[in-house]
Design a binder for this molecule. Sequence first.
Ligand code: RIB
Length: 312
Amino acid sequence: MAKRPRIAVIGSANIDLTTFSDRFPKAGETIFGQKFDLGFGGKGANQAVAARLCGAEVFMIARVGSDLFGPATIQNFQKQGIDTTHVKQIGGVSSGVAPIFVEPDGQNRIFVVKGANDLLKPADVDAAADLLKTVDCIVLQFEIPLETVYYTVTFARKNGIRCIVNPAPAQPIEISALAGLDYFIPNESEAEAITKMPVRSPEDAKKCAEKLLANGLSGVILTLGSNGSVLASRNGIEHMPAFPVKSIDSTGAGDAFIGSFAVFLGEGLPEREAVLRANLYAGLSTTGVGTQKSFYDRARYDAQWAMRSKSQ
Ligand code: RIB
């Protein structure tokens, strides 16, 4: 039986307010949307839920606000079986929220108001240090202060803990602060923003991953939506194809990829296979509406993998 990985996510928790419409309104224009969905989201929380659904033991380190979303978010983690010892509610600030707009082809546009997520500081990482030293992998994103991300990457390196950084949403970064990082996982637009290189095809993505790798990162994975992903590491650079799915909402697909990848790797699978499996997990998440609620549990996922991996 595969080892059950222990994964810590140091990251954001948001409430997602998703509107489905034919198009995005122009300035000064009001249009009707077709459908609305309220759900638990935030890149950190989504990655934690994906990892948990894939079977890991998951520890969340996060901050929520003093509004009705704060306790609801903590309850949601607990309902999923995620440890919330280090999720704290902060007075006088809102929880993170994300108005999301999804167009008919399933593509999304997201605003994030960070709220309490912005108050997750290096001191909070220190407060969780004893726990963090026991995990197999730490997962970070950019919806918390960058100083906390850099601090945690250094902490992970010092303590020999595998670390994954998802630079989302894209921001100007000091890539040298991430030197030695195990996996840096941007999507196309994040990779473009960080490297200033166009990423319009798997070939572009390979060049971009090569450039990122040259900055001292140990591994880079570019997620490319329906084009799969590109894996770049000391073993070489390879395009890993996606599995065909009927996509209706791609929101959270990157999070599904990262949470599941951390688990597959933690179970001891070779990184190439872990990426291929995460491609399928992410693809399946786009066949349902919303983020966390569109993620497959392990049994449903394994059934799909058993069926589809033969044809890959
Ligand atoms: O990656 C999807 C997530 O981005 C949403 O859940 C939203 O909260 C934003 O953080």
